[in-house]
Write a protein of this length. Structure first.
Length: 198
């Protein structure tokens, strides 16, 4: 199945503050760039580069996207949901749209294929985090099908918005999609093969 992908990402100097006890600012910025490169590589293996979009305020990350043939969108507002709404207005309206987190070091192409396959029986597909509370990826049968609700309790909020609109909702649980990197103990994921092989 063909679909579009949007990857929202903060400038490397601004993200992952919860890792401060383990990594200084420079190391955190390098890690953000490393994970972004990995997620972008996986995305462009799943769909054509022209169907991938990166929305960010970082000139560096936008330049990396452009160099890979990916659509670069300079973030105009502030906040993840606003960035996703901005990017959603610029993608192909005829294709499903996947909003994909940029901090998934174990992500692999079969994870994205599994989400796409779930659209056979659902209109909104959410990939949950390890706690089963957050959303690390959200696939909509078409752009703007529901409004984005990333943040606290986002899985329940996305489910509620889908249900309120009479849409079929499904949850995908896969390690490559659930294993995000937010806390110091998550750094152990960096020793796993996916990010190192990418």
């Amino acid at each position: 199945m063909s679909f579009s992908i949007v990857i929202p990402v903060r400038p490397p100097g601004e993200g992952k503050s919860r890792l401060a006890p383990a990594l200084d600012e420079r190391a955190r910025a390098a890690l953000i760039e490393r994970m972004f490169r990995h997620v972008l590589r996986v995305a462009t293996q799943a769909v054509l580069p022209a169907q991938c979009h990166v929305v960010s305020r970082s000139p560096l990350l936008l330049d990396l996207a452009t160099a890979g043939g990916v659509q670069a969108i300079r973030e105009a507002g502030s906040g993840l949901n606003a960035a996703l709404r901005q990017a959603s207005a610029l993608v192909d309206p005829a294709l499903p749209l996947l909003a994909l987190s940029a901090d998934l070091p174990l992500l692999a192409p079969p994870d994205l294929a599994a989400m796409a396959e779930t659209l056979d029986t659902a209109d909104v597909v959410a990939a949950t985090d390890r706690a089963g509370i957050g959303t690390n990826a959200l696939l909509l049968r078409r752009p703007a099908l529901i409004d984005y609700a990333f943040g606290a309790d986002s899985l329940a909020l996305h489910h509620a918005r889908a249900t309120a609109n009479g849409l079929r909702f499904a949850v995908v649980r896969r390690e490559g999609l659930s294993a995000d990197l937010d806390e110091p103990h998550d750094l152990a994921l960096l020793g796993r093969p996916s990010l190192n092989a990418a």
